[in-house]
Design a protein around this ligand. Structure first.
Ligand code: UTP
Length: 314
């Protein structure tokens, strides 16, 4: 008897995104004087440092290894992710089990973190390039740690889902006010693909009125390792820095890029106003403090004196 062989559907399995890079070597000049002594990634939003939110987002997306590109005065970030035996045993002795469990849940496992130094802050592209050996020959996620996000499902988790369908490179985008487009990296939209879309063009900080859309790149990327030789060219771009977008534009000539339309909230914690907004938004999200914070905010708004209102208007 002749048995007919069934044709298997052709399925492309893309290499898993296991590693995430967190560039934390920037000087944080917009947040001086606080950042003279404290890295901006360690400033707290409610009760957690900014960097914890981003690491949690990566962990939720299935990331197994966390790579930090640090710089001078950033050693506290490495300490933060270490086990603190004395603190843990004191919490256990005092029966503060819920606090201990919370800390342990946030703690990366031994061997899950790597740290390298950028040495000189030559730009985001240069910081990413510093992680080349730690990333190796595999796709990786890149999360800008001063951008923190608020949504039921994390932005990176959704990007990993899209990447599972498309492979290649994925960046998250969000709508901005068209008058602000010149401040950001902007993408041009092509066809819809698997809940995302094809990116047909990218431009860093377009001249006012020339942006191809109002979709800005919000600080989350999944990139192929072929970005590294392009970054190695160390070409200086805007602000005389080695820009990631310039290397992505070169990579786009070789590989497709897809966009994931993120609809949650993004806060730029590198700027004082974004940081304050993040604190308010995350405090209002917390069931244990929501009520008291909401009450205080409305009381503060109601009790603003005419003099204060005049100052604010200025
Ligand atoms: P930013 O431009 O927002 O950070 O870079 P910055 O340079 O610290 O900020 P200001 O303008 O002086 O306030 C985006 C991300 O890239 C990292 C930053 O730490 C931030 O997470 N970065 C930037 C580096 O790691 N190295 C650099 O040379 C530049």
């Amino acid at each position: 008897m002749i048995t007919k062989k069934r044709k298997r559907p052709v399925m492309t399995v893309h290499k898993k995104v296991r590693k995430a890079v967190f560039p934390v070597a920037g000087l944080g000049t917009r947040f001086l004087p606080a950042t003279k002594a404290v890295p901006k990634e360690m400033l707290t939003v409610v009760d957690r440092p900014v960097i914890q939110y981003v690491v949690d987002e990566a962990r939720e997306a299935g990331i197994e290894h966390f790579i930090f590109v640090t710089g001078r005065n950033k050693a506290v970030i490495e300490d933060y992710f270490d086990v603190q035996y004395e603190l843990y045993s004191t919490l256990a002795e005092r029966g503060l089990d819920d606090r201990l469990e919370r800390l342990q849940r946030m703690q990366p496992m031994p061997g899950q973190t790597s740290f390298t130094r950028q040495q000189v802050p030559l730009g985001l592209g240069h910081a990413v390039w510093c992680a080349r050996d730690l990333v190796g020959d595999e796709p990786f996620a890149l999360l800008l740690p001063d951008m923190i996000m608020q949504s039921e499902t994390g932005c990176l988790k959704e990007m990993v889902r899209l990447y599972g369908e498309t492979g290649s490179n994925v960046v998250a985008v969000q709508e901005c006010n068209p008058v602000d487009a010149h401040k950001y990296g902007i993408v041009a939209k092509g066809d819809d693909v698997a809940g995302g879309f094809e990116i047909t063009g990218m431009v860093e900080k377009p001249e006012p009125g020339t942006a191809p859309s109002n979709q800005y790149i919000n600080g989350r990327y999944i990139l192929q390792p072929e970005i590294f030789p392009l970054l190695a060219e160390q070409e200086r771009g805007a602000g005389n820095e080695i820009q990631l977008t310039d290397a992505m534009l070169k990579l786009k000539k070789m590989q497709p890029f897809f966009g994931y339309n993120y609809t949650g909230r993004t806060f730029d914690c590198g700027s004082p106003e974004g940081f304050v907004e993040a604190n308010v938004a995350f405090a209002l999200w917390r069931p244990d403090i929501h009520q008291s914070v909401a009450r205080s905010i409305s009381e503060l708004l109601e009790s603003t004196t005419p003099l204060e209102r005049r100052k604010i208007a200025r």
